[in-house]
Design a protein around this ligand. Structure first.
Ligand code: NAP
Length: 248
């Protein structure tokens, strides 16, 4: 089990058309990798892939659909010949308290954020076995390490991703596949556009993170973290460490 050499790697990124996924696609291509961007936002995804040149390609993918996972894996193999890395990044949030969240809303969040990760892992096992190993990075959150008011479905899904990562890391270790979870705090993307600066005022690093800062962690997890599997990588401005508040 080892790190992957980015200059010799093909990485599939879900939810890659914008936000953290798009920043990671740029970072990995700039580091020499070939990247397949997969998303439901076809126009944005195609434009991003075109801007990144011949080392990048776009493929439509709704992560909740098994048949579309088969198509995107076939696209990776036909375009670049193999898959060494998967960044299971696609996700949505539902800002509702437990009193107002609906069963349908809860199921939709779980379907994209957790079932989508499960399906992605299953889809890449065989191609990764054929290359002798690989790295799977699953997008959790600080919401997979603690609770947040008004985000019950999201928190449940992200704790699920964290647990799934640990179980799968054990299942796939014999194949040389490392499986990791990443836990960003508040990052400035379309998902957090409505959140005020005050939300991060008590963090040790009192600002929103940038998508590039998460991308740099993903690159490290793929290319350098050769002795880590089943582990949690936190990139949160110190948010889960505690709040910087004077007790007087
Ligand atoms: P974003 O800008 O909304 O990007 C997420 C992308 O995933 C969007 O292009 C979105 O398309 C796509 N997507 C949604 N449903 C999909 C599906 N069924 N299949 C494929 N793609 C789908 O959000 P982001 O902030 O970059 O978030 C990326 C990931 O990081 C998410 O899993 C999120 O939970 C996690 N995260 C974000 C933060 C943060 O503060 N931003 C912190 C911790 C973790 P649509 O626009 O159509 O939904």
């Amino acid at each position: 089990m080892s790190a992957i050499s980015l200059s010799d790697s093909v990485v599939l990124i879900t939810g890659g058309a914008r936000g953290i996924g798009a920043a990671t696609a740029k970072c990995l291509v700039n580091s020499g990798a070939k990247v397949v961007i997969a998303d439901v936002l076809d126009d944005e995804g195609k434009a991003l892939a075109a801007s990144l040149g011949e080392k990048s390609s776009y493929c439509h993918l709704d992560v909740t659909q098994v048949s579309q996972w088969q198509s995107v894996v076939a696209h990776c193999l036909a375009t670049f010949g193999k898959i060494n890395g998967l960044f299971n990044n696609a996700g949505i949030a539902s800002f509702n308290s437990i009193e107002t969240e609906t069963p349908d809303g809860f199921e939709r969040v779980m379907s994209i954020n957790l079932l989508g990760v499960f399906l992605g892992i299953q889809a890449v096992i065989e191609p990764m076995k054929q290359t002798g190993g690989g790295v799977i990075i699953n997008m959790s959150s600080t919401a997979g390490l603690q609770g947040y008011a008004g985000l019950s479905a999201y928190v449940a899904s992200k704790w699920g991703v964290r647990g799934l990562t640990k179980a799968v890391a054990l299942d796939l270790a014999p194949y040389g596949i490392r499986v990791l979870s990443i836990h960003p705090g508040p990052i400035r993307t379309p998902m957090t556009a409505q959140m005020p600066e005050a939300a991060v005022a008590a963090q040790p690093i009192a600002r929103f993170g940038e998508p590039d800062e998460v991308a740099a962690m993903v690159k490290f997890m793929m290319a350098e973290a050769s002795f880590s599997t089943g582990s949690e990588f936190v990139v949160d401005g110190g948010a889960v460490t505690g709040q910087v508040l004077a007790l007087k």
